[in-house]
Design a protein around this ligand. Structure first.
Ligand SMILES: [Zn+2]
Length: 466
């Protein structure tokens, strides 16, 4: 029995030793559970402090005490420099080795600071001009001042400010747009509500217009009723209707203006020339007769003298050469030249003329240069010979280079100052030919009488000065 016990004890001891040894060996080679605390990949904001969170080592469910294993850490994370870093753990436990790596990315995750000095932008509705002075700045933690990168976009009732830093972080701010009092649409007459038109004058209805509050034309259905008869004195009404409801009325009063009776003696000097034909046609259009003081300065047009006569105008002498140095050299020279012209007149009209006009008019002083007293002497001789000379009391000033508009005004306004108006014009001037139609339209509309000159007409003499 005792012997038996001894074997039992030895056997149990052996089993226990083996078991303990086995347990030690198992534990020695046990695989631990080694993990990083936190994520394997971590993103850290630029310039932010980075705190490595470490690892946890477990044996099954039980955390292994720090003094049971060795650990080496390498960590070069620099949050002041953008980039990718690695934190590496090397854990040794008995004869086992574990390596853990964590990727740490230092990135700029902060959006720029977009600063705008206002929450609302007030704006003029019509001009679209801002009444609020807007100032903005964009400051980024990484790129510093990026105000120049700010994009401004307008959408409906707001202005959107956007800015992105170099890492793509974006800031957006929306500022409200406010329009102050939006002006109302307007439906208005062009021109005045009451318009006066002279009888028999042309009348152009200026119309009405539909505008938005900013003065831009707006679509609308505008209907016009009424008309003006300028041939009949009276009051006329033109009515404009917008979209069937809004109405505007214009009163047009056709009245007869009474002009004091006047006789107009149109005279054309220095031709015939290139514009004579046109002038004759315009005179015909208004059935107006005029007087032509002719020369031989443009021989190619000489036949027009016959045409002037044939159409009922008066042809009179203005000298052959129209050369001051010849005609004013002496009385004889004047009449030599004069007679030469009168021969041509006779050839084309069948008779001589006893009417004439001095080149430069009777008051000219240029003649003094060639012969003192010559104009007085010519006037005296002319009188003796039965010739009558004419000056003028209304100068169109067409010889001074005025344009047709000025010539028109000079003549039309000039008639206020004469009742028998001897009008000086030149049928060798283009602006004169241009202005004539309007001049005649106006003067005939006023009911003035037109006449040609004859020996008994007003001579409109100037004072002889040589
Ligand atoms: Zn002349």
């Amino acid at each position: 029995m005792k012997k038996y016990m001894k074997y039992v004890i030895i056997g149990v001891a052996f089993v226990l030793v083996s078991l303990i040894t086995m347990l030690i060996v198992i534990d020695y080679n046990r695989k631990l559970d080694v993990t990083l605390i936190g994520e394997n990949n971590i993103k850290v904001n630029y310039n932010q402090k980075y705190q490595e969170q470490g690892i946890v080592v477990k044996n099954g469910n039980k955390e292994v005490k720090r003094n049971k294993y060795d650990v080496g850490v390498s960590n070069n994370v620099d949050t002041h420099t953008l980039g990718e870093y690695e934190v590496k753990y090397e854990i040794k436990y008995h004869n086992r080795k574990y390596i853990l790596k964590r990727k740490v990315q230092v990135v700029d995750m902060e959006a720029p600071n977009l600063i705008i000095n206002t929450d609302v932008i007030k704006r003029d509705y019509c001009t679209k001009e801002n009444k609020t002075a807007v100032e903005y700045h964009a400051i980024d933690n990484y790129d510093a001042d990026i105000t120049d990168k700010v994009e401004v976009e307008e959408k409906d009732d707001e202005i959107i400010y956007k800015v992105k830093d170099s890492s793509g972080n974006e800031s957006v701010k929306k500022i409200k747009l406010e329009y102050d009092n939006i002006p109302e649409d307007r439906f208005v007459l062009n021109g005045s509500e009451i318009t006066y038109v002279e009888l028999n004058r042309e009348y152009q209805e200026p119309g009405a217009i539909y505008l938005d509050g900013c003065g831009n034309p707006k679509k609308g259905d505008i209907k016009v009723d009424g008309s003006v008869n300028t041939k009949k004195e009276g009051e006329y009404t033109i009515t404009y209707t917008l979209n069937g409801k809004d109405k505007l009325k214009r009163k047009v009063i056709v009245y007869e203006k009474k002009y004091a009776p006047k006789t107009i003696y149109l005279t054309f000097d220095d031709g015939p020339g290139p514009y004579t034909q046109g002038i004759l046609d315009t005179l015909d259009k208004y059935k107006v007769k005029a007087t032509f003081f002719v020369t031989s300065q443009f021989p190619a047009y000489q036949a027009m003298i016959g045409e002037e006569h044939k159409r009922g105008h008066r042809v009179a002498v203005h000298t052959y050469s129209h050369n001051y140095s010849i005609v004013y050299s002496s009385v004889d020279a004047y009449f030599n030249d004069f007679n030469q012209m009168n021969e041509i007149i006779k050839n084309h009209t069948g008779s001589y003329s006893n009417l004439f006009r001095f080149p430069g008019g009777s008051s000219n002083t240029v003649s003094y240069r060639y012969s003192p007293g010559v104009v007085s002497a010519i006037a005296q001789t002319a009188n003796n010979l039965g010739y009558v000379y004419f000056d003028w009391n209304l100068d169109s000033r067409d010889a001074e280079g005025f344009d047709s508009w000025s010539i028109y005004n000079n003549v039309v306004n000039g008639t206020d100052n004469c009742s028998a108006c001897v009008v000086l014009m030149h049928d060798v001037k283009a602006p004169t030919a241009e202005a004539l139609d309007s001049i005649l339209a106006e003067l005939t509309a006023r009911g003035y009488t037109f006449a040609t000159l004859d020996a008994n007409s007003p001579t409109a003499h100037h004072r002889i000065q040589n």
